[in-house]
Ligand binder design. Structure first.
Ligand code: ADP
Length: 593
């Protein structure tokens, strides 16, 4: 499908108040039109973008040609206290060998006693000094309300906070602290399908790291929203330059120039992303025409161990500098490609009615008769494949032409798949043979449960109203929807009390293989045949975790054979104490070897 106008009609986007301007800009450039409430029918849009959570009704009333930019219930990782709790649970169940990537955290006031114990243990061990803590309000973002402390007497808070071990030995570049903003798109939670964006941002503090000045936020926090107001923001800083951001490509060049073992570092970051998403994947209602763009914040310490700091819901898409323009514009363009619109989507209701007329098994009440939900096709099946899976028009004498008109931009040969996997997995790569690449995936296998979006999550977007239930709007929208167009297609979540059972949907899912690459989005889960199979049935978390473990061990041993970090060089340039062994996941004490 062409990047711009799709089919004969332009695609239509709808932006909620406060949605990023960049999304509007990119979509207009691609030939989309903006939804106009006064002029257009309710439902006459293809993409609804909100920075805050959608309402249950938005999920319930979604049509096959529409997409939403959030999955329900992701608050389990996007709110700091929930993330801490979920990771602790996973550590308890699956052990700390893998779930050791987030600094120990306590939710206060609830965990006050536990924190006190931990604090006292450290105080005793370190002769009263040397352990630092960071206190963050659980439902704020952009560095607001954060402070660092060493002494308990400095811990003062008047709202729920998390207190976390402060990583006091970050990797520094010319003395400046930085963290990585990794963009992750979850295309589907069921089956779990995750893409990591190859490009990203490195966000620097604008004053040199100094443990002697804990109150200096420009030295300890890497949020752009803070550093752009720092006195040295515009100064040309040694190695870093002006401003406070690099692109991830620039950072990768930097690592390469030092001879750092890059693939291993990225594999560790991949693992963090996968293991974090596995904590919530089983509890997310299946909603395949949704997509989520997360911002994972990762700090690398002086031993090259990456730490997860937080997961952002609606990561900031404002353009503050040239690095932002390069990264975020490409990101949104590739995200739109990942949404996989097809020609009939641009015709919206009329297109689907036409398609319904042609292929009745796709839509309308006949979905139920065919025991197949309305589907968004990830891979356009051949007529034969379709007819094997569904009692569609072909089997009733329809023409083969009516069985698949859309163009699929992401058909990759096995060769392409293998070269991309090689790129991602490096030396641990083993060629993959796809056992089926042209099957359809069902839109829905179970009905979403209602979710509580009153639980604020880690919204980063600046002009965010944070509202979840804007009542007057909602009433208006709902009544409009009810009195809307006379011929209305059923909701894909239309079976309120009893989720429909679609036996064949599982069969189809079992055989579908997501494209390995869309633009700069690289498929990171499933990452091999075992995880593909395990995610296509009921997600087998244990098996997925074992595979992560196995893959990392392989990578570690292959790196071990080849030689690792160029120690002297890294010591000189990075100014940090480097250690060959600690380049590996979890450091020397890791159970992973
Ligand atoms: P916010 O949602 O307000 O941005 P974060 O958890 O991302 O909150 O923290 C803001 C910044 O503080 C991070 O970008 C990082 O620079 C620093 N930071 C947060 N937690 C830690 C930690 N445990 N150790 C070291 N630095 C941290």
């Amino acid at each position: 499908m062409a990047a711009g106008v799709c089919g004969t009609e332009p695609l239509v986007f709808r932006l909620h108040e406060g949605a990023p301007e960049l999304v509007r800009e990119v979509l207009l450039e691609r030939g989309w039109e903006e939804f106009e409430e006064q002029r257009q029918d309710e439902g006459d849009w293809n993409l609804y973008w909100r920075s805050s959570a959608f309402r249950n009704s938005d999920y319930e009333n979604i049509m096959p040609w529409q997409r939403l930019n959030h999955h329900p219930k992701t608050v389990g990782i996007t709110r700091k206290d929930w993330l801490a709790r979920n990771l602790r649970r996973m550590r308890g169940t699956f052990g700390s060998a893998l779930y050791n990537f987030s600094p120990t955290a306590f939710n206060l006031p609830n965990d006050y006693v536990r924190f006190l114990e931990e604090y006292s243990t450290h105080r005793l061990a370190n002769g009263g000094k040397g352990t630092y803590w960071i206190c963050k309000p659980v439902d704020l973002s952009r560095g607001r309300g954060i402070f660092i402390f060493e002494d308990m007497k400095d811990l003062v808070y008047d709202c729920p906070v998390i207190v976390q071990r402060y990583i006091s030995n970050p990797l520094l570049i010319s003395g400046y602290k930085f963290d990585l903003r990794i963009y992750v798109c979850v295309k589907s939670f069921s089956p779990l399908t995750v893409y990591m964006y190859q490009e990203g941002l490195v966000r620097f503090a604008t004053e040199k790291f100094n443990l002697g000045a804990l109150n200096n936020l420009f030295s300890h926090l890497t949020n752009t929203s803070i550093n752009k107001f720092g006195p040295f923001y515009s100064t040309n800083k040694e190695h870093i330059g002006q401003g406070c951001k690099w692109t991830l490509s620039k950072f990768r060049c930097f690592l390469q120039s030092l001879g750092i073992n890059e693939p291993l570092l990225w594999q560790k970051i991949n693992n963090i992303v996968t293991l974090t998403l596995l904590t919530i994947a089983p509890s997310i209602p299946s909603s395949p025409n949704c997509l989520e763009l997360f911002g994972f914040d990762v700090l690398i310490d002086e031993h090259f161990k990456p730490w997860l700091l937080e997961v952002n819901y609606s990561p900031a898409l404002s353009l503050d500098c040239s690095a932002d323009v390069t990264v975020k514009k490409g990101l949104i363009n590739d995200l739109i490609d990942l949404l996989n619109y097809k020609e009939t989507d641009s015709l919206r209701q009329s297109g689907y009615l036409r398609q319904k007329y042609k292929t009745p098994c796709y839509l309308g009440s006949q979905i139920l008769q065919a025991k197949t939900p309305p589907v968004l096709l990830l891979y356009e099946p051949s007529c034969n494949e379709r007819c094997q899976s569904h009692s569609c028009l072909c089997s009733r004498g329809g023409s083969p032409e009516s069985c698949g008109t859309a163009q699929w931009p992401w058909h990759h040969s096995d060769e392409n798949l293998n070269s991309a996997l090689k790129l991602t997995l490096g030396s641990s790569f083993k060629p993959v043979t796809r056992y089926c690449s042209r099957k359809r995936r069902s839109l829905l296998s179970r009905k979403p449960e209602p979710f509580d979006c009153s639980k604020a999550s880690n919204l980063e977007s600046e002009s965010e109203d944070g509202s979840c239930f804007s009542t007057p709007d909602m009433v208006k929208e709902n009544s409009k929807r009810k009195s809307g167009s006379p011929v209305k297609l059923p909701s894909i979540h239309g079976h309120k009390n009893k989720p429909p059972i679609y036996p064949s949907a599982y069969e189809i899912q079992k055989k579908s293989v997501p494209p390995n690459r869309v633009g700069d989005f690289i498929l990171t889960f499933p990452f091999n045949e075992v995880t593909l199979k395990s995610s296509q049935k009921k997600l087998n978390i244990k098996m997925a975790i074992q595979e992560v473990h196995r893959l990392t061990s392989q990578l570690i041993s292959s790196c071990g054979k080849k030689g690792k970090l160029r120690k002297e060089e890294s010591n000189n340039t990075l100014g940090g104490e480097s250690n060959h062994e600690s380049l590996f996941w979890g450091g020397q004490g890791s159970d992973l070897r």
